[in-house]
Write a protein that binds this ligand. Structure first.
Ligand SMILES: C[C@@](CO)(OP(=O)(O)O)[C@H](O)COP(=O)(O)OP(=O)(O)OC[C@H]1O[C@@H](n2ccc(N)nc2=O)[C@H](O)[C@@H]1O
Length: 386
């Protein structure tokens, strides 16, 4: 619910440079899909709904395009390379956003996607009286002090402790000066500690459990149960022909023949696309991308699969896994399997361990055995979380 009175102008730095390895898969967790869109897009959309000015997304070096794509190509966002530590990443973001001379800046971890407007409002209001403001929650569990042998040596007073979240809000001049003059440890716990070291005052405002940090693979199921499970299967064939390119699972293979078709004839992606469409009862690839439509001539088939996945997400389904079998005597698929898995995972938003790429010959029997064509079969599992 947007506030009645317009919020004061602010900019934002989204720290998205982490590797997120604990979440599994090869795609950094901040770029993986959660509740129908990439994790980082949730924060960008929430900040822009609050009227954010410019946004700097601190991205892993070499993944700026992926970061902007995952963010939804927002017009007000640019990227900058992350550093070795989170603090270095924030400093890079502060220097870059400084070009816009902001008065206020929110510094937010991309891994906390569920950002309520009310928290943004509370943070900005607190900057009227403090140089910094952070969302915090009480500690509800009792706390123990442990020695190096995991033996309890005492209790900590939870009444004086708080769980701190992001975004953290700052008057820009104060936080950038504090970062520039930081002489402390390699990496401060968070930016509030940097500001305090620089003499700034930090207000605590009420946080929100929704701001839970996505850390592990199971966080992507966010504790909800599978309310509905569906499967879909797809099958496609294309003719092998000299002079054509051979595309399979979004990868171009060097081979003396290729597949003929209206699009790039990626028979494997077509089968997977049909499996996703079949699972949600949304027709088949030809009804969405008619071979009679000139706009699909030579088209890259990855867009067909992305379209089918978006339809499934829009219908409330999340892809669980997929399994595709490529049926041909040659070329050997095995050497290309890793690149194929990476590309299909990227197109579907699945973790790579949920993407299975298989291949088989037909013992020289039938049209595939005579190398007249290549066939592909695919099956996908979708779930609607309750
Ligand atoms: C990807 C695209 C891009 O244009 O072309 P290709 O690159 O494969 O040629 C098409 O979507 C590839 O559609 P695909 O469904 O495989 O093509 P076809 O086998 O020719 O079927 C086209 C349409 O006719 C319908 N159809 C097909 C066979 C049949 N006996 N009755 C039918 O009604 C299908 O429902 C399909 O929607």
């Amino acid at each position: 619910m947007a506030s009645e009175t317009p919020l004061p102008a602010f900019s934002a730095i989204i720290v998205a440079a982490g590797k997120g390895l604990r979440a599994g898969g090869d795609t950094p967790k901040q770029f993986r899909k959660w509740r129908g869109k990439p994790v980082v897009m949730h924060s960008v959309d929430a900040l822009n709904a609050a009227g954010c000015g410019s946004i700097v997304i601190v991205a892993p070096p070499g993944l700026h395009a992926e970061a902007l794509a995952a963010a939804g190509e927002p017009a007000n966002a640019v990227t900058v390379d992350g550093g070795v530590t989170r603090q270095e990443s924030v400093r890079a973001g502060l220097e870059r956003i400084g070009e816009k001379k902001p008065e206020r800046v929110l510094i937010h971890d991309a891994a906390r996607p569920d950002l309520p407007m009310a928290v943004i409002e509370r943070l900005l209001a607190a900057l009227e009286t403090h140089a910094g403001a952070i969302p915090a929650l009480p500690v509800v569990d009792s706390l123990a002090v442990s020695d190096s042998n995991s033996t309890m040596t005492g209790k900590a007073d939870r009444e004086i402790l708080r769980r701190v979240q992001t975004p953290q809000a700052f008057r820009y001049a104060d936080i950038v000066a504090a970062h520039r003059s930081w002489t402390g440890a390699l990496d401060a716990g968070d930016d509030a500690q940097v500001l305090m070291a620089g003499g700034g005052s930090v207000a605590l405002v009420q946080g929100d459990e929704r701001l839970k940090k996505m850390t592990f693979a199971q966080d992507f199921a966010d504790g909800r149960t599978v309310a509905q499970f569906r499967v879909g299967q797809g099958y496609d064939v294309h003719r092998l022909q000299a002079g054509e390119e051979l595309w399979l699972c979004g990868i171009k293979l060097e081979y003396d023949m290729g597949l003929a078709g209206h699009s790039d004839a990626d028979v494997a992606l077509h089968a997977i696309t049909d499996a996703v469409l079949g699972a949600i009862g949304a027709g088949d690839i030809g009804t969405h991308f008619p071979p009679s439509d000139p706009q699909w001539s030579g088209a890259a088939s990855g867009q067909f699969l992305e379209h089918a996945v978006k339809l499934a997400n829009d219908a409330g389904y999340t892809l669980g896994n997929l399994d595709v079998t490529i049926i041909c005597e040659a070329p050997k698929i095995g050497p290309h399997r890793p690149a194929m898995r990476t590309e299909v995972a990227r197109l579907t938003g699945l973790a790579e361990d949920a993407v299975s790429i298989k291949a088989t010959t037909t013992e020289r029997l039938g049209f595939t055995g005579r190398a007249e064509g290549i066939a592909a079969q695919a099956i996908v599992g979708l779930c609607k979380l309750g």
